[in-house]
Design a protein around this ligand. Structure first.
Ligand code: ZN
Length: 73
């Protein structure tokens, strides 16, 4: 992982905020990252943590629920 040696870590809260994003207006739609509506709607969201061999999974919309951590080692 030499290529990542000098890279800054991304704060987990930033990742959550991106996945829960509803655009500049803060209004969810089929065009926002957290999608609401038809025909596109977010049903699941996952974050992979390769260093600690776990994933965080959320069933539903990221703005409406919490992530559960699951190990896969
Ligand atoms: Zn949402």
């Amino acid at each position: 992982m030499e290529i990542l040696k000098d890279k800054r870590l991304v704060d987990e809260k930033v990742i959550y905020s991106v996945l829960r994003d509803h655009g500049r207006e803060g209004v969810p739609s089929v065009y926002t990252i957290c999608k609401h509506g038809k025909p596109a709607c977010t049903h699941r969201s996952m974050i992979f943590y390769s260093n600690r061999k776990t994933i965080k999974v959320l069933f539903g919309k990221p703005c409406q629920g919490g992530y559960k951590e699951i190990g896969f080692a």
